[in-house]
Design a binder for this molecule. Structure first.
Ligand code: THU
Length: 140
């Protein structure tokens, strides 16, 4: 799958960001092994803590529709009044990814647009990560 398409889909999702408190708009596009793309944006809240990041919105949409196998995620984020910057996933989102993917294979695409981005394995962003394999009751 074309990483440029995934970046474009993340930029599109970013336009739906609900971020009146931080003014930081983020979009994500999550690619499943079957080739489907789930988009997500960050959704903030007046009570602050219920806010959710774009990456976890995309994972929640996908997993809640039965998807369990993922190839890559693209993230495009930055302040509302400026263009996108390299917005790397927060630690909580890295951990959520770790739950559902092989960290050496899953790619995280971060960038400004389809001409300016970089690709990392999740294992680069979350080295020595703790995941389902560390527990005895590993999900099927
Ligand atoms: N945010 C994301 O959506 N993804 C990240 O990985 C980093 C942060 C959002 C959360 C919050 O709505 C805003 O960016 C500022 O932290």
């Amino acid at each position: 799958m074309d990483e440029k398409l995934l970046i474009r889909k993340a930029a599109e999702a970013r336009t739906f960001s609900y971020s009146p408190y931080s003014g930081y708009m983020v979009g994500a596009a999550l690619l499943t092994s079957s080739g489907k793309i789930y988009q997500g944006c960050n959704i903030e809240n007046a009570a602050f803590t219920p806010g959710i990041c774009a990456e976890r919105t995309a994972f929640a949409k996908a997993v809640s529709e039965g998807e369990m196998s993922f190839e890559a995620i693209a993230v495009v984020g930055g302040p509302k009044d400026a263009g996108p910057e390299y917005a790397y996933p927060c630690g909580v989102c890295r951990q959520v990814m770790m739950e559902f993917v092989d960290p050496r294979k899953f790619r995280v695409v971060v960038g400004r647009d389809e001409t300016d981005y970089s690709v990392h394995a999740l294992s680069e962003l979350l080295p020595f990560g703790f995941g389902p394999d560390n527990l005895n009751n590993t999900p099927d």
